[in-house]
Ligand binder design. Structure first.
Ligand code: GLN
Length: 542
């Protein structure tokens, strides 16, 4: 049977619970274990697909088309295992299923309650489909004490009681703040957080304590005493330069060793951390630097671009350079000339986005990159905006636009109403639900042999993850190809443009999908590898 590690957070949010979980997963994996990571989110949305990036950050899309929490991106990047729909659940989804069953009469006249119905549904979710794994790491979103998270805490408490002894371990991630006037790191917030956890019946086995400096032995002892945790199980989690230093840093503090100890595992193989050492060395010792301008809509909210930022880092790892990102709110270019912002950069990237605000600025950025021969990478919305720019300014169709912004005379980007998935035809209904109705998940694209994109992938058939409601209108193809913007990648039925590229430009590629979701530190995505290589040429590094 799989062993379960439950990871909860205390004191404050944003302590890096997702990365800590992912790092632990990678450390257990480095010892040869099969690991799965799952995330339980207490909010009432059915999934984060309808939430604003300002609220929730990036929406991570899995191969099977689920819109999930961004922590699943960390899990994938750290373990290499593709996540799926069953790796993330929310209170919203649990309640929605229970209420549907209640309406069907499945509860046969019984009263439907949080305990046992909601907690049972959570427990079923946690334990389902884990036969092939040695360890299942389950992260609970939010912090202990959140009202909406209570059923999740109750469910993991019950599971610990139901499993055979030694089958579940509880890790609590907290913070020791440094108080300058006292010159000390303080244990009290952690003590209170553990008290809160124990009041709902959970005694943590391990405390992972974030701090900005070494935790003195005396304070560790204090935490051990007051929180009822072995002294060696108080693990300090100090800040590190890169998230890819985390597995090695936590291993050095004995984190994975303590987890194994808590499971009474004595004969665990030593971890092979060579791949992490290699990544860490590359990230921390770049041979140069390139600057990429990311011109987007949510640039004040970096979490909205989590996977994108990491994929750019991976592109840097592949080329042994540091990638510096200049964040530019696209609305800037609706008022100001892009030149002072862009003339020093080595590449311009317009990422995914929704809605009209700032789009003329993205179009201006794409035009600038096209005319000035600066490497341009348009992702999803960024491809659509580049196509609008080329339709207006290369093909001379002045009124070109997207129906996403209202009725349009020249809809070079239009609403996607029908598409094929496997052997099935998917149709969008006018006025239908917004949640879960985009073209989501992995789809095949065919690439024209000899095109730049086929050369970059070294393949003519690819699978990439999608999340879009609009599409480039294939009927403009000829007019654009005549001017050098080639539709080099198409859906297998030849109807949906998947990639475009400018033939007479050093590097100008637009893709309708999200390549950043599949990039990993050990396997940088070919498009990011190639884009950063082009930026190096632009910067005259090579
Ligand atoms: N808003 C665009 C669409 O729905 C682009 C989406 C995106 O960038 N993910 O097609």
């Amino acid at each position: 049977m799989a062993r379960y590690v439950f990871i909860t957070g205390g004191v404050v949010s944003s302590l890096g619970k997702g990365i800590a979980s992912a790092a632990l997963g990678s450390l257990l994996q480095a010892r040869g274990y099969k690991v799965r990571l799952r995330k339980l989110d207490p909010y009432l949305n059915v999934d984060p697909g309808t939430m604003s990036p300002y609220q929730h950050g990036e929406c991570f899309v899995t191969d099977d088309g689920a819109e999930t929490d961004l922590d699943l991106g960390h899990y994938e990047r750290f373990t290499g295992r593709p996540a799926n729909r069953q790796d993330n659940i929310t209170s919203g989804r649990i309640y929605s299923d229970i209420i549907t069953r209640e309406r069907r009469g499945d509860f046969l006249g019984g009263t439907v309650q949080v305990i046992p119905h909601v907690t049972d549904a959570i427990k079923e979710f946690i334990i389902a489909g884990n036969d092939d794994f040695d360890f299942v790491l389950v992260e609970i979103g939010g912090t202990v004490g959140d009202i909406e998270a209570l059923p999740f805490f109750e469910a993991i408490r019950q599971l610990g009681n139901e499993f055979s002894p030694g089958a579940a371990v509880y890790i609590h991630l907290t913070l020791m703040p440094y108080i300058p006037s006292a010159g000390e790191l303080k244990t009290k917030p952690t003590q209170h957080s553990v008290k809160e956890l124990r009041s709902i019946g959970i005694q943590p086995d391990i405390l992972l304590v974030r701090a900005d400096r070494d935790i003195p032995e005396s304070e560790r002892k204090k935490l051990s005493l007051f929180c009822n945790v072995r002294p060696s199980a108080v693990i300090q989690a100090l800040d590190v330069a890169s998230i890819y230093d985390v597995p090695i840093a936590y291993h050095r503090e004995g984190f994975d060793e303590e987890v194994l100890k808590a499971f009474f595992i004595q004969d665990a193989p030593q971890p092979d951390l060579s791949r992490w050492q290699d990544i860490s060395r590359r990230v921390n010792n770049p041979e140069g630097e390139v600057t990429i301008a990311v011109v987007g809509k949510y640039t004040e909210m970096k979490d909205a671009y989590k996977s994108l930022i990491e994929a750019l880092v991976h592109g840097g790892i592949a080329n042994n350079v540091r990638v510096k990102i200049d964040w530019i709110g696209s609305e800037t270019f609706e008022k100001e000339d892009p030149a002072p912002f862009l003339e020093h950069v080595h590449g311009i990237l317009v990422p995914g986005g929704f809605g009209m605000r700032g789009t003329e600025g993205m179009i201006a950025a794409a035009g600038y990159a096209r005319r000035r021969n600066i490497p341009y990478f348009g992702i999803c919305f960024g491809m659509q905006m580049a196509v609008i720019e080329a339709t207006r300014n290369l093909a001379g169709v002045a009124g070109a636009g997207s129906t996403e912004f209202g009725p349009c005379d020249e809809p070079v980007v239009g609403l996607l109403t029908e598409w094929v998935k496997g052997n099935e035809l998917h149709r969008r209904e006018e006025g239908g639900d917004l949640g879960g109705t985009m073209r989501l998940g992995s789809y095949t694209a065919r690439l024209t042999p000899g095109s730049r994109i086929a050369e970059i992938y070294g393949a003519t058939e690819i699978q990439e993850r999608h999340r879009h409601r609009y599409e480039v209108n294939i009927s403009y193809r000829q007019r654009l190809e005549d001017k050098g913007l080639c539709f080099a990648g198409l859906s297998p039925d030849g109807v949906l443009p998947e990639t475009v590229e400018l033939t007479n430009h050093p590097w100008f590629v637009g893709v309708q999908y999200h390549p950043e979701l599949k990039s990993r530190p050990f396997e940088p995505h070919p498009l990011f590898r190639s884009f950063i290589a082009a930026a190096m040429v632009q910067s005259r590094l090579v």
